[in-house]
Design a protein around this ligand. Structure first.
Ligand SMILES: Cc1cc2nc3c(=O)[nH]c(=O)nc-3n(C[C@H](O)[C@H](O)[C@H](O)COP(=O)(O)OP(=O)(O)OC[C@H]3O[C@@H](n4cnc5c(N)ncnc54)[C@H](O)[C@@H]3O)c2cc1C
Ligand code: FES
Length: 281
């Protein structure tokens, strides 16, 4: 019988071989989204924006963003929305059980790249999951950055993710956090309106700001227009693209947009690059 140690060894030999990861903490965030903390059998070096192919034996694999801080890690966090076979199987796992992981994959983004600048994060819905990793990377070295602003929008107060983090960021004097919901529940005392309505509350220096916009396509489309209207150049606006993925290794072509393998060259791209990809330049 193959031991776990042998599997670990093989995982280093081929990127198709998954490694076991133990679920050490789980928390239901909303009806559909659940937080997971996994203990890894080996240390991984992680960049913000990278993802893991996480699988349940006999069910399949899915790409899921790492939501914890970048760096060398022996445990990683994820926030997973139950939408289909794999994600529902992951939701059924209990603390102490194992999932199977390959990765980390994708280019990711080294947050050192924007040291010395103001940073604006614009996260919509589940987009806060990958965005949290970028935010953690910046806050881990807070003194190296200028103003840090986080805009976060959810559909309703019940859909807000990472409430503990939101409280922590709101309490910090060196972070400006603006949260909005599309629809109030009657009890919500905060801002109501689409995330684009938060932009009028901002004072941004477009010459020295890097922006990360991560969220569903419709939010991305309109949020980017607001960011461009602030005068931020297209090559200082970053986003993370979601595509159907299989290999995550630039082999199968499932994630391809024209000649670009999103799993390998992305998922983090500048808006300038995304525009060119769409236009086929
Ligand atoms: C780089 C990357 C990072 C991601 N990060 C996260 C994350 O942090 N948390 C999270 O919950 N999800 C994330 N996703 C989406 C996640 O991979 C899909 O929801 C998952 O693959 C669905 O698998 P499933 O077997 O549960 O569903 P399936 O049975 O495969 O599909 C269920 C439904 O979801 C649709 N669907 C499946 N995958 C996608 C997709 N990639 N884009 C749009 N629609 C899809 C299908 O068309 C179907 O309608 C990420 C995707 C990518 C590419
Ligand atoms: S998922 Fe196979 S090439 Fe990107």
């Amino acid at each position: 019988m193959t031991s776990l140690a042998t599997i670990e060894l093989d995982a280093q030999a081929t990127p198709y071989m998954p490694m076991p990861a133990k679920l050490v903490h789980a928390e239901q965030f909303t009806d559909k989204e659940r937080f997971f903390r996994w203990e890894l059998p080996t240390e991984l070096e992680i960049k913000a924006g990278q993802f893991i192919q996480i699988g349940v034996m006999g069910v399949g694999e899915a790409p899921i963003s790492i939501t914890s801080a970048p760096g060398k890690r022996t445990s990683i966090d994820m926030c997973i929305r139950a939408v289909g076979d794999v994600t529902n199987a992951l939701h059924r796992l209990e603390v102490g059980q194992t999932a199977w992981m390959r990765g980390p994959f994708g280019n990711g983004y080294d947050v050192k790249q924007c040291e010395g600048q103001d940073v604006l994060f614009v996260a919509g819905g589940l987009g806060l999951a990958p965005c949290r990793s970028f935010i953690a990377g910046v806050l881990d070295n807070r003194d190296k950055y200028g103003d840090v602003t986080i805009l976060y929008g959810a559909r309703t107060p019940a859909d807000l993710l990472f409430k503990d983090d939101l409280e922590e960021w709101a309490a910090r004097k060196d972070v400006k956090l603006l949260v909005t919901v599309d629809k109030s529940d009657g009890q919500w005392a905060g801002h109501v309106g689409l995330i684009t309505t938060l932009f009028r509350k901002l004072t941004i220096d477009p010459t020295n700001t890097t922006v990360f916009v991560i969220g569903p396509p419709i939010m991305f489309k309109f949020a980017v227009l607001e960011v461009l209207a602030l005068g931020i150049p297209e090559n200082r606006i970053y986003c993370s693209l979601e595509r159907r993925m299989k290999c995550a290794l630039g082999v199968c072509g499932h994630c391809q947009i024209r000649e670009v393998y999103v799993c390998k060259e992305g998922p983090v791209f500048t808006y300038q690059r995304v525009k060119r990809m769409r236009e086929g330049i």
